[in-house]
Write a new protein. Sequence first.
Length: 252
Amino acid sequence: MASIQRDTIIDGRYRVLKRLGSGGMADVYCAEDQQLGRRVALKLLYRRFAEDEQFVERFRREASSAAGLQHAGIVGIFDRGEWDGTYYIAMEFIEGRTLKEIIRERGPAPPEAAIDVALQILRAVRFAHRHGVIHRDIKPHNVLIDADGRVKVTDFGIARAGASEMTETGSIMGTAQYLSPEQAQGQPVDARSDLYSIGIVLYEMLTGRVPFDAESAVTVALKQVSELPLPPSEVVDSVPPALEAVVLRAME
């Protein structure tokens, strides 16, 4: 899909202000909701997905499920609809940066800072789990942090809609490094899969790198299944033993 120009009106309601980025399934724009006078993050599905009826139905169902999650640590979903041959979700707009951007810029975080972010992610995920929603794609790219250090987790449940695309070259690479072994093997997932992924995120915050990496998503997945991670303290020696034990327990 070609980039949408500024001031384009989506579905008669949302005026595009700027492009925020893109992911495996969609482009994301900052837009003004002209009815309510507020900014939203507008996620527009790539057209190749919009042409797949089964995918669209999963996307709608998961968006509706995620829209029911009202929590301070979860990006709210306001609306969904169809426009110009594709589908969109209107979400809460967060003025901030992704955790991935922060890790790339700053490298390893002090243990106290990493614990603070991890606890905020865990509270959001616990709330979702209690309401029957598994995230399935916890990664630093889906964790937003505002100027006050408040954490918001986005894309709850939406990953399930893209499950059939997990083998597509490129679209999975950013996700493969955070997938639980059962996901990598295509097995059913539950709350423990999200906890595994949070363990990977905590590992990356503490060390500045992911525990498993390779040139291809398939090779990363094989490592997730068959290899043990290098203990974080062997990468950054200031990681406390008790915190290291938490990370490795989450990844067992």
